[in-house]
Design a protein around this ligand. Structure first.
Ligand code: HEM
Length: 526
């Protein structure tokens, strides 16, 4: 039975609750809602909500209804924005009203409510955001360069040894940067902590888009007993998610505390937060949650961007060559690129932007929510609306990106060969809730792209009979998208490139082992 079919079955026995929901509907002050597909009585647009790749449907609807649309599910209002102009007006200029998050009922069940990215626009969120800002703001980014450069070197070595495992190496890359930054810990291959984090993330990513899970459609179901028909599997999944999240937060946190107690801790973000006192002191639960959430926020998104990069390079060898010609001219073959080269490599930056434009990791961003009733262009937007912004559609806006389906880094380069700075594609969200780790994400994706292209040639793979394996041009569904699995071949461009990978002296980072006693605390991955 599908989620929708289950939802309709439950509907029959919950009329009373439904009435209460409908009674809370706002008056519209006589103004219309933004246009949208016609809503059915009671259920609204529940049956219209796309079940997969929703950004495609919303972009299609925009052709009929315009760049701001309204849909309802059981009286809950959803506004979908399809243009940068409207997103800027509402989410940035009116950010005081559009910086909250919708309550996603399943998150109360799966343990993810500790995530500041899901918190309402309140003091708790402000405090978390301020702490994150101190560490991840743009002018603090250079302090992360040594970690990013060291981890990029490891990435190149991993890709040289087992190029077919590029997805695994791209998972390891952001995770190893974050684990070092957060906890002063170097991860090992197939680190159990990394595996549980990805598993927990999968449970999160599948649960955010409204209407995808029965409990999000009928919030009262979360108070039903776990054995209630149709809810058993979900409750089991949520129980596992809670266990994994507990481990993700506790294991590295207590390891840092132990090393601090032994006076052997290498400085890390968590050790620094633990040392704060007085007004600056941060409660331990917050530190644990901030560690887990920044780790989680970095992992899937960076992985997605790097997989999209390889995907585009396989499909566009001419662009790969052009990027490599720039690297050869600026960096040469005697050293690897570093952050000082960035300004002299406009085509690499343009390439990074074009990857983010066509295949940004978060096509629908993360929904915001409105705190008060509002009026925009004569349309009524009720308090508590879920605001979805379709970055996928905005990145294909012909007014800003002519010939939008073409993969053309040149669109970000002006006639003088300089980088155009104004039209960075909207991929990191909007306003006060925009990605808190943007500058770090930007740097770690950029240096990985520049370094990989400087030493590897990326081509289509061949099967055992020597036939070329074609690459599907498809992307997966979810809060974070990525290309569907594909093969490629990755080999050093020259002998000098191979030597650069193997002989560049490794950048040394002092680290602490992860302290964890399975006999006392139970298995890491139960
Ligand atoms: C390519 C990589 C990344 C992309 C594309 C990305 C994208 C996004 C997007 C679209 C949002 C929602 C913004 C909004 O609601 O308007 C977001 C939120 C967030 N991101 Fe990122 N992100 C990336 C990497 C990172 C990294 C490396 C970190 C951590 C250091 C991070 C931390 C966060 C946090 C904490 C939030 C929640 C902010 C809040 O609710 O106040 N992200 N990100």
């Amino acid at each position: 039975m599908s989620d929708i079919a289950k939802a309709i079955a439950v509907l029959g026995i919950t009329g009373v609750v439904l009435k209460a929901v409908l009674d809370r509907r706002n008056s519209t002050r006589g103004l219309p809602y933004p246009p949208g597909p016609k809503a059915k009585p009671v259920i609204g647009n529940m049956l219209d909500i796309p079940q997969s790749l929703p950004w495609l449907t919303y972009a299609d609807w925009a052709k009929r209804y315009g760049d701001i649309m309204h849909i309802t599910i059981l009286g809950a209002h959803i506004i979908v924005i399809n243009s940068v102009e409207i997103a800027t007006e509402l989410l940035e200029k009116r950010s005081g009203n559009y910086s909250s998050r919708p309550d996603i009922p399943v998150m109360h069940m799966n343990g993810w409510m500790m995530n500041m990215g899901l918190k309402g626009y309140n003091d708790e969120w402000r405090r978390d955001r301020r702490i994150l800002h101190q560490r991840f703001r743009r002018d603090a980014a250079p302090s992360l360069y040594p970690i990013e450069l060291a981890k990029t070197q490891e990435l190149l070595l991993n890709l040289l040894e087992t190029p077919n495992d590029f997805t695994t190496h791209f998972k390891t890359y952001p995770t190893s940067i974050m684990m070092y930054l957060l906890y002063g810990h170097q991860i090992s291959a197939h680190d159990p902590l990394v595996e549980i984090t990805y598993e927990a993330l999968g449970m999160f990513s599948g649960s955010v888009v409204p209407g995808t899970l029965i409990v999000n459609v009928f919030p009262f179901l979360r108070h039903f007993p776990p054995w209630f028909p149709g809810l058993v599997a979900l409750n089991e999944l949520c129980a596992r998610s809670r266990v994994l999240l507990g481990k993700m937060q506790d294991i590295p946190f207590y390891s840092v505390k132990k090393h601090m107690a032994d006076e052997k801790a290498v400085p890390s973000w968590v050790s620094e937060l633990l040392e704060r006192t007085g007004d600056e002191a941060v409660p331990e639960n917050n530190i644990k949650a901030l560690g887990a959430i920044t780790l989680a926020a970095a992992m899937e998104t960076t992985l997605s961007a790097l997989r999209a990069f390889i995907h585009m390079m396989v499909l566009h060898p001419d662009i790969q060559e052009k990027a490599q010609a720039e690297l050869d001219a600026v960096v040469g073959d005697k050293r690897l690129p570093n952050f000082d080269d960035r300004e002299s490599l406009p085509y690499i930056d343009a390439l990074y932007r074009e990857i983010m434009r066509l295949h940004g990791p978060a096509p629908l961003g993360v929904p915001h929510s409105s705190s008060e009733d509002d009026v925009f262009n004569g349309f009524f937007i009720p308090k508590g609306s879920t605001i979805m912004y379709n970055q996928w559609a905005m990145c294909r806006d012909e007014r800003i990106y002519p010939d939008p389906e073409a993969f053309k880094p040149e669109r970000f380069i002006d006639a003088d060969g300089s980088l155009i700075t104004e039209n960075f594609p909207p991929t990191y969200g909007f306003g006060r809730r925009a990605c808190a780790g943007k500058s770090m994400a930007d740097n770690s994706v950029w240096i990985a792209i520049a370094s990989i292209l400087s030493v590897f040639r990326i081509t289509k793979a061949k099967d055992s009979a020597g036939n070329i394996i074609e690459v599907p041009d498809e992307y997966i569904d979810g809060l974070v998208t990525a290309p569907v699995p594909f093969d490629c071949a990755m080999a050093p461009r020259t002998e000098a490139a191979r030597k650069l990978i193997t002989e560049t002296p490794p950048l040394k980072l002092h680290s602490n082992p992860m302290y964890y006693d399975e006999k006392v605390h139970g298995p890491i991955n139960p």
